[in-house]
Design a protein around this ligand. Structure first.
Ligand code: SF4
Length: 328
């Protein structure tokens, strides 16, 4: 096996990634931590705040997602697009609480030109004017729409691959893996950073997890931000009965992501509410260096504000006045 020494590579083989993933846990975490320290300040954890600006009623059928209109059993209140003034006010609150990045999510299949997209542009401009990084997730994008977002100052576009190309059809059938890759390429071509990762715990194999990392690490450059989510099974979705994964599986995934994408920000995302403080800290040791904070992540529970304050106090960050900026 080639050593994972912090070199940026785009030629990882899937089997090489599997070999890293199955290292003895302490060896894996140790190597990941060494690479993390080469490339990042080990004491710095970026705090991102996530707001659902348009909730529910999405025409896509992602099996894990309570916002899909296909999952009629889900108990979710749908909301129309929020107004830009309220969104920017929530961003200001999040900034005062220590957030550096403000992420806005709309449950759309794709962006449509018109009043709603104009409002999103206004939100991006408003968040940037606060001096914060702005990220949006809006579904598929056409080049002229990516250009407008870039002109508005968008820092990053979130568009997750979710899982491996091989497993993808078991999770989503209303769009293809190639659709995702095309949007990512469009976003990248306008100089916007990519926030792109996936979810574990949906019934995929370790090879699937490695295969997803293989696609991500094959991108040039690597996505600047890689969210690693653990499935939060939601009643009424097809994955409702999926068992919650062992936190150590998340640790392994974070560590492997850190080894194959040494310079990226690895974000501990959904599923953090199922981790105790110590498991979260182990993820941070293994190379995660960003978290979402706030009571909810779009529509699923996140670590509570009190728990986050406790977490940041425990790792030596003293600015613990976090408040939620989540609407959902
Ligand atoms: S994950 Fe996104 S695209 Fe899929 S159903 Fe949910 S909101 Fe729609």
């Amino acid at each position: 096996m080639m050593a994972a020494d912090g070199t940026i590579r785009h030629d990882w083989a899937i089997d090489e990634i599997i070999d890293l993933h199955k290292l003895p846990l302490l060896e894996l975490v140790g190597r990941a931590n060494a690479v993390h320290r080469m490339r990042h300040d080990p004491n710095k954890v970026q705090k991102a705040s996530l707001l659902s600006i348009k909730t529910g009623g999405c025409p896509e059928n992602c099996a894990y997602c309570p916002q899909s209109a296909h999952h009629r059993e889900v108990d979710l209140t749908r909301d129309t697009l929020m107004d830009p003034e309220s969104v920017v006010a929530m961003a200001a609150t999040a900034k005062a609480a220590g957030a550096e990045r403000f992420c806005m999510g709309a449950a759309w299949r794709q962006v449509r030109d018109g009043r709603e997209f104009d409002a999103v542009i206004e939100m991006v401009e408003g968040v940037r004017a606060l001096g914060m990084e702005a990220c949006v997730t809006l579904g598929m994008l056409k080049p002229h729409q990516a250009e407008r977002l870039a002109t508005a100052g968008l820092t990053a576009y979130n568009h997750n691959l979710d899982t491996s190309p091989e497993f993808y059809g078991r999770i989503i059938t209303t769009r293809t893996y190639q659709d995702r890759l095309d949007t990512l390429a469009t976003v990248r071509s306008f100089g916007i950073d990519l926030c792109c990762g996936g979810i574990i715990g949906m019934g995929e194999t370790i090879r699937d997890r490695a295969s997803m990392l293989h696609v991500l690490a094959g991108m040039t450059p690597h996505p600047e931000s890689v969210p690693i989510n653990a499935l939060v099974p939601v009643e009424g979705t097809p994955l409702a009965k999926q068992p919650v994964i062992d936190p150590l599986e998340l640790v392994r995934m974070v560590a492997t992501a850190r080894l194959v994408m040494p310079a990226s920000t690895v974000r501990l995302s959904a599923g953090r509410s199922n981790l105790n403080r110590e498991a979260q800290i182990l993820c941070l040791v293994a190379g995660a260096n960003s978290v979402f904070y706030g009571d909810t992540l779009l529509t699923t529970p996140n670590a509570g504000i009190g728990e986050d304050a406790e977490l940041f106090a425990a790792i030596g960050e003293l600015e613990c006045n976090h408040v939620s900026a989540s609407a959902a």
